[in-house]
Design a protein around this ligand. Sequence first.
Ligand code: CO
Ligand code: CO
Length: 307
Amino acid sequence: MALVSTKDMLLDAQKKGYAVGAFNANNLEMAQGIVMAAEKEDAPVIVQVSQGGAEYAGVEEMAAIVRALAEKTPIPVALHLDHGMDFVYNLRCLRAGYTSLMYDGSQLDFAENVKITKEVVQAAHAVGVPVEAELGRVPKDPHSVTAKELKKYLTRPEEALEFVELTGVDFLAIAVGSMHKMKVQEAKLDIERIKAIRQAVSVPLVLHGASGVPDKAIKEAIAAGICKINVHTQLAKRFTETARRLLQANPDVVDIRKYLSQSRQALMEEVRLKIRLFGADGKAKGVSHFPVAKIEPVDYMSQELVE
Ligand code: CO
Ligand code: CO
């Protein structure tokens, strides 16, 4: 089917108490592994491309790959821009057909984050595309912060409410103890904080840096109200380690397909485990197939004529 709206997907997840996996792809093989996994698990899936990933592989190139994969599979696939760092880049992805955007103004102060997020939301909503934004700060990597700084940048529930009201954002990425680029699962999540934010705002909540979170905490986070979970580092780790092992054991290999096919397979297995952990297996059918958010019908006859 055609690419579907990320919003419909996440609202279904929110309603039923599971989380949709948002898996990062930086090339053809990663995108294929992700969609193959979702198909095997009969799950809705978000393939996401970070601004960094799009700068590497191409905004339009990745859109074309994911669109082609979506069209060949019966399960719902959404295409999301992960960590778009400015207004212009978000617009470029909007034009390229991404079915949701992210503006990441988490490094800015509250007012500036609100201002730019709102501009992205207005542009995207004009064409029915939902937007994720980040409030608080999920650290770039575990070495970039002290425990004190990590705590200082956790999302505050009352600020989350104000932020959502001021910006009209569709999904909110929150800082609750996870960190990006963690290779071991030892992040401690503040589950009570997730519950408090969920009480304060109604939009779907997003967990970044899930590679570093133990499975048990992932389940608690979903029960507390998280319904989109971003995974990149664990996938990259499986993909690369598989290729490394094969190449070390077979130093004469030059055919790219020999190792990338193995990496793609390993990544697929990893994504399947995540989908089951998130409770998204078997949920493909519940998601509606609107390519963008539903647009209200117009009564043409009652419209006044304007110049
Ligand atoms: Co992230
Ligand atoms: Co269907």
